[in-house]
Design a protein around this ligand. Structure first.
Ligand code: SAM
Length: 310
């Protein structure tokens, strides 16, 4: 870019409901692209992203993710319009990957629209089982229906409902062991939101962050209240501690039957050191991981009959 900072690579998630990584590699190779293999480091991706030309890599953390130079545009590519490729930032592929429900599982996607993570979950489930997907916003749900149709997702049940009002003891959700919670957030990790604020704007922002943080805590608490739930992923595209570590810390204090699990141990950037175990959480950023700003925490129910690991 013009600022001289790192450029965000063009990440492309292969939709394994419609195709495979090797088929997509063959497709691009036939179109004159050079496949450079699997990336060995984030630095390698960084150097690669700055270059131009028809070349691509496989990501080092996310197997179904391919990496192209920053200036590559796939919106008109026939594989994209046919739903074989999902244009999704690398960080936003982490929540479904970390939840990784087994094939056939029942999963809740609590704040789902426009559905990139739902479609990723469906791919992991191989369209078997069920994703109960909720969203409050009618328009965003309509967009989501189109996206899921194009992606060949068939295991979803969409509902235009407030997740906070979903009855967790409804027998319908009895087999839900996995919940993905990606609630509304400030979006401060998105590239166009990173501005510096004057004092007035800053105090307004603090009020907004408090309101968001209160909602996020309620939603996370509600997710952990589902009687059969074992694994919950909490994620935001915010860089603010109030929406991330503070929410997690607060909820761990309230729900002592849950603990954090170290999310993707090989990931280099961890949660801010604000409570014991905060390094179980992961953070992502343009400068450190060549992604949007992002946060993920992975909760697991403590089982009586199961020894706690370490
Ligand atoms: N997970 C989505 C994806 O990967 O495409 C992005 C979700 S976006 C960060 C947050 C969503 O939460 C918005 O679509 C918003 O309408 C929805 N939302 C906000 N409050 C909600 C609530 N109480 N219940 C359900 N959805 C809610």
């Amino acid at each position: 870019g013009t600022t001289g900072g790192p450029a965000l690579p063009r990440y492309v998630r292969v939709n394994t409901l419609k195709t495979s990584v090797s088929e997509v590699i063959t497709y691009f190779t036939r179109k004159g692209y050079t496949y450079l293999g699997k990336a060995r480091s984030i630095e390698e991706i960084g150097e690669f992203a700055q270059k131009r030309g028809k070349r691509f890599l496989q990501d080092l953390h996310i197997p179904d993710l391919l990496v192209f130079p920053s200036d590559t545009d796939f919106h008109k590519d026939s594989l994209y319009t046919a739903g074989h490729l999902i244009l999704q930032d690398k960080a936003s592929c982490l929540p479904a990957l970390l939840l990784s429900p087994p094939v056939g599982a029942h999963v809740i996607d609590a704040c789902a629209a426009p559905g990139n993570k739902t479609s990723h979950l469906a791919a992991i489930l191989q369209n078997k089982g069920k994703v109960f997907a909720f969203d409050l916003d009618t328009k965003r749900l309509a967009t989501m229906s189109t996206l899921l149709l194009r992606a060949g997702v068939t295991c979803q049940e969409l509902a235009n409902q407030d997740f906070l009002t979903i009855n967790s003891s409804d027998p319908k959700y009895q087999k839900v062991h996995h919940i993905l919670l990606d609630p509304s957030c400030s979006g401060s990790g998105m590239p166009d939101r990173m501005r510096t604020l004057d004092e007035e704007a800053e105090s307004k922002q603090n009020e907004r962050l408090e309101a968001l943080s209160a909602f996020q805590s309620r939603a996370l608490s509600h997710a952990l209240s589902f009687p059969s739930v074992q694994n919950v992923v909490y994620s935001t595209c915010s860089v603010h501690q109030q929406e991330n570590e503070d929410v997690v810390k607060n909820i761990l204090e309230q729900h002592t039957d849950f603990r954090l699990v170290k999310a993707l141990p090989s990931w280099p950037v961890r949660g801010l050191n604000t409570f014991p175990g905060s390094d179980c959480c992961l953070r992502a950023s343009l400068s450190e991981t060549l992604t949007n700003g992002f946060f993920v925490a992975l909760f697991q129910r403590k089982n009586k009959d199961c020894k706690s690991s370490n």
